[in-house]
Design a protein around this ligand. Structure first.
Ligand code: ACO
Length: 329
């Protein structure tokens, strides 16, 4: 087994305090608490206020993880933000966060891989450590999906929530703790199963965008579900194979939190009992790139992840993208 190059030395999260329950959604669209919980496993999700921009939420989480590691913003060499819902399209979300965080020595850039974005960012961070171009890296998964969710579309508005999670990544320093394997994959031919047509340079602001509700996420749920199950299975297989492990070696599976049925199918495929699988989709819904770092931070703080734990991360998202990582904590 290769010696790890990078290690996750700390985590933090920011989840807005405002809760949107299934009961409230019942009053907004034709749906029911039973339907939502049975089909997705979601009971409630968090919704950011006007002040809770991604830069704001990211700033709070990043300052916390740095402080807990005995570091400050000037120590950060690189700030990588994975998001599909930046505060604005230009400059990058990472630059807006870099400014408010006062990380004045950091390179800053976004990674766009939808729900797989955090794991993509982690892999990029590992590459930066390998090339010695950075030694202290913040990988942030951040979303404000409520701003691009169509609350008249019952097929999507029940799913999404807001939040931010961050991991502090540093060199593994010749130990055996750290990132043991990563895997990134994509299939752009499936892009039209989950997309937002507006906000880019093809569909400018105007009547067509308004008529098509092109600013909002559109999704073919059933097709996404099927593709997700297959890609999550592939992601488990390849990361475990690259780490020289099987499902039996895994202490904890932290999957992207999209739908509890997708999570159960993934765990079954990997041969990992549900007692070793992290599920918080019931409380946060799908927070896309933020879901894995939020879940990880909960596990670190509760002691579910501790020194030496073998953790398998696996995600899929719009693009399509999928990704995985095996870490010895
Ligand atoms: N309430 C009640 N009925 C509903 C609702 C709702 N909120 N939404 C859809 N329905 C209806 C449909 O209209 C359909 O009715 P019909 O049979 O009369 O046509 C019926 O329920 C079944 O609809 P399906 O879409 O087949 O339901 P499914 O079991 O697939 O569950 C769900 C839908 C939860 C969206 C599921 O498909 C899913 O989770 N898909 C994956 C979504 C996902 O993971 N996205 C992640 C990527 S996010 C990112 O990258 C940002």
């Amino acid at each position: 087994m290769k010696r790890p190059i990078g290690r996750l030395v700390g985590t933090a999260r920011y989840t807005p305090s405002k809760v949107l329950t299934n009961a409230e959604l019942e009053r907004m669209v034709e749906t029911s608490d039973d339907w939502i919980r049975e089909r997705s496993g979601i009971s409630e999700r968090r919704i950011a206020s006007d002040e809770e921009t991604i830069a704001h939420m990211g700033n709070v989480a990043c300052r916390q993880v740095l402080e807990e590691a005995g570091l400050g913003p000037p120590d950060v060499d690189a700030l990588i933000v994975a998001t599909a819902t930046p505060d604005r399209l230009l400059p990058s979300q990472a630059c807006d966060l870099q400014a408010i965080l006062e990380a004045k020595n950091a390179a800053a850039f976004d990674v766009t891989a939808a729900c797989s974005g955090f794991l993509y960012g982690l892999s990029v961070a590992e590459g930066m450590l390998a090339s010695d171009s950075a030694r202290t890296i913040l990988v942030v998964g951040a979303e404000r999906l409520s701003r691009v969710t169509d609350y008249t579309d019952r097929a999507t508005c029940i799913l999404f929530g807001d939040g931010v999670g961050v991991a502090l990544v540093q060199p593994a320093e010749n130990g055996d703790r750290g990132i043991l394997a990563t895997y990134l994959k994509s299939d752009g031919t499936l892009g039209d199963l989950l997309y937002r047509s507006g906000g880019g340079s093809v569909q400018p602001p105007g009547d067509e965008l308004t008529r098509d509700r092109g600013f909002y996420i559109k999704m073919a749920g059933r097709e996404v579900f099927k593709a997700a199950v297959l890609s999550m299975a592939d992601a488990c297989d390849v990361a475990l194979q690259r780490a020289g492990m099987s499902g039996e070696d895994v202490d904890l599976l932290i999957p992207h939190q999209a739908n509890v049925r997708i999570i159960e199918a993934t765990a079954k495929h990997a041969g990992i009992p549900m007692s070793k699988v992290v599920v918080n989709v019931d409380r946060y819904g799908n927070t896309s790139a933020a879901s894995i770092p939020i879940a990880l931070d909960e596990c670190v703080r509760s002691g579910q992840v501790s020194e030496g734990s073998i953790v398998l991360f696996v995600a899929f998202g719009g693009g399509f993208t999928w990704a995985s990582a095996v870490v010895r904590w």
